[in-house]
Design a protein around this ligand. Sequence first.
Ligand code: SME
Length: 347
Amino acid sequence: MNKILVTAFEPFGGDALNSSMEAVKLLPDTVRGVRIEKLYLPVAFGRAAELTVKKALEIDADGVICVGQAGGRDKITPEKVALNVREARIPDNDGMEPHGEPISKDAPDVLFSTADAEGAVRAIRGAGVPADISLHAGTYVCNDLLYSVLHSFSTDAKKCIFIHVPYFTEQSTDKPTLPLADIAKGLEAAVESVICETDRSDYGMLCRQLDSLLEGTDNTVTNLANAAAFVYDALPGLNWAGFYTLNGEVLELGPFCGRPACTVIPMGRGVCGAAVQRGECITVPDVHLFEGHIACDSASQSEIVVPLYKNGRVWGVLDIDSPVKGRFSEADTEGIQRLAGVVEKHV
Ligand code: SME
């Protein structure tokens, strides 16, 4: 996953501000190395969805998270379902006031969010912010947006979800509110959960893809070059991915993607040398805390190194760096070792 589109709404219904817009403004530009693109939408049936779909295609987003204000709710509520109906209590910002018509003719009555709404609830609560599941996104523009996005990307792998947020503290004196910073913190946790959801499920597929990519030739340089490019492209939030091969007592730089790197690493030195010496995979959440770490790119914050074997002997390592601290979870460690296994098979 590389990019997520996060949308929010402009003020509507006589309000001067919209909590979705103010909270989305506070989201960082990257989460776990995935770029967050923000888009602010008019509260308008049809038009909000058209702008969202257009932008998602333009930036080739891997996920679309739409955020809207639900004044009166006291928690952040990820939506489970969108309904194929438009029913307006008040006119939208274009003056449209539909009553009971379908959003899309000959389309399903109901579409389910393709990102895990319950997972998002757990993540928001984990950040200390109140959250609950909402069974459907109403019948106004928020529902219109979610339904149309899900329908447009129904044959696509994009993760799509809608998240309603309450008013923030300064917006209301008689309705439930949350501090704006808490709404933003909860949203960031939800974005992270959508990102991790995708990453978790991907390794089986990535191994199959890498396997078929390396099938065509048994040329080692060719396969290591393509494997480095594949890993660098397929996993989000990396700044280096590549190989060192063992020549006697030293590791020598092999094919890679990223900034130019140190060419020779003596046995036992750095994370790479340590992984070879120990004969096991090493995951380093914070490279600054690993004694002897060799910094090739000052942007690197975390790293994983997997030794590569043939006939019981180490012949090299797969080395992956990330500019994000703690980038490699247990699931990543396991998945990356499986990817390394695919490389071993083809070299
Ligand atoms: N950090 C590695 C050196 C190689 S670069 O990350 C590409 C290490 O400590 O072994």
